[in-house]
Ligand binder design. Structure first.
Ligand code: ATP
Length: 373
């Protein structure tokens, strides 16, 4: 499933040069973005970066200051929220406390004057979908947080929107429930064949549920890509740093020669030279950053073999035990800190590396990245 790879595919939703100002403040800055039918798409970024504003414009609660929003090629300007094929589910869920679960789900359908039989059928269908059949007669305060979240989802889906907009839908749930619910959401989205647009500041959530992610910073779209691309090939220091854990060293391009994957770029990072094999548009002398994920860094107490391109030397300063992984924070000989992650499978076999150990950190040239912005 990757319609965005097809140059002829018509986007389901298109934001075209959309800008939104509140007075002098630019909340969304000349943003262009295509979202395709049946995509599970996430808007990801820190608080205040404009995610919700973008979603509210799609729903019709806000108007763009300039630019257009198109649905299947048709400009949505002038279409009021209730006539748009979108439905928005809020973080607060906004359930009616005095109504039962089934009444909450039926509410929007009654407002639309659907026939009684049709309403009953849809409510039953929705209860089944979110696995709350036996909770139909309960009121919201007799439900757990996760169950309330599912009622809100059922209510949003009952109107059969083509696009469901979810604003931090799982924010109120604890970690375990949130993870379970993420899979339920994905399952429901696939079953119904809908387009889901989710706003979140939780990178793990975005990575888990999304077909693609748009990373935003101060109203600007920084990168739009699949979770794997965002993680493996972030296009900037901002994205690299925002998603997951990463080591970043600032430096300058010292030389470039032919490599195996692209070019072998040598980056001079204040005294250490690091080799990276990738295609790179920076030229010699440019300021760049070298970046590498901790799990790509090997940590050993013996010196790595000569063939290993990159090796740094230091002392284990701190260790975080995460169950499946341990994170080693190593103070390099020059005082800088560097992180390496190691799977804990061989813990009982190997002598575990411990505080104060003198270690080598090493990695092949194709494990790191050169970031030019
Ligand atoms: P969060 O994750 O905290 O919800 P967000 O990325 O969704 O953040 P938005 O709610 O889109 O951010 O807000 C973007 C910026 O626009 C913020 O700085 C916010 O203060 C500002 N903003 C949003 N709505 C209004 C408004 N009606 N009037 C003035 N400023 C607004």
């Amino acid at each position: 499933f990757s319609p965005w790879m097809d140059p002829d595919a018509v986007p389901f939703i298109r934001f075209e040069n959309v800008t939104k100002r509140f007075g002098d403040f630019v909340a969304v800055d000349n943003l262009t973005l295509n979202i395709y039918e049946r995509e599970f798409f996430s808007l990801l970024g820190p608080s205040g970066c404009g995610k919700t504003t973008l979603m509210r414009m799609l729903a019709g609660f806000e108007q763009p200051t300039s630019g257009r929003i198109l649905l299947q090629g048709k400009d949505l300007a002038g279409t009021p929220p209730y006539k748009r094929p979108t439905n928005m589910m809020f973080q607060s869920y906004a359930l009616f406390p005095h109504m039962t679960v089934e009444k909450n789900i039926a509410f929007g359908l009654e407002q639309d004057n659907l026939p009684k039989g049709e309403i009953e059928a849809r409510v039953q269908e929705m209860l089944k979908l979110v696995k709350l059949e036996s909770f139909a007669k309960r009121k919201p305060n007799q439900l757990s947080g996760g169950q309330r979240q599912r009622v809100a989802l059922a209510r949003s889906l009952a109107k059969r929107p083509k696009v469901l907009l979810l604003d931090e839908p799982l924010g109120a749930l604890d970690r375990k429930l949130r993870e379970e619910t993420q899979f339920e959401l994905m399952d429901i989205q696939t079953k119904l064949g809908l387009t889901f647009l989710i706003v979140t500041h939780d990178q793990e959530e975005a990575m888990t549920v999304s077909d693609r992610i748009a990373v935003m910073d101060k109203g600007i779209l920084v990168q739009v890509a699949t979770p794997a691309e965002i993680y493996e090939a972030p296009n900037s220091r901002y994205v690299a740093d925002f998603i997951g854990d990463i080591n970043i060293l600032e430096g300058k391009v010292a030389s470039k020669e032919a490599g195996i994957n692209g070019e072998l770029v040598k980056v001079d990072c204040e005294g250490v030279t690091i080799a990276v094999d990738q295609s790179c548009d920076a030229t010699v002398g440019d300021s760049v950053a070298f970046a590498i994920r901790p799990e790509k860094v090997r940590i050993t107490t013996s010196k790595p073999e000569e063939a290993t391109t990159n090796a740094l030397h230091g002392e284990v300063w701190d260790i975080g035990y995460l169950g499946d992984f341990s994170i080693f924070i190593v103070k390099l000989d020059d005082g800088r800190m560097f992180r390496a992650a190691q799977a804990n499978v061989s813990r009982l076999v190997d002598r575990p590396i411990t505080f104060g150990d003198i270690v080598w950190l090493s990695w092949p040239a194709d494990a790191g990245l050169v970031l030019t912005r």
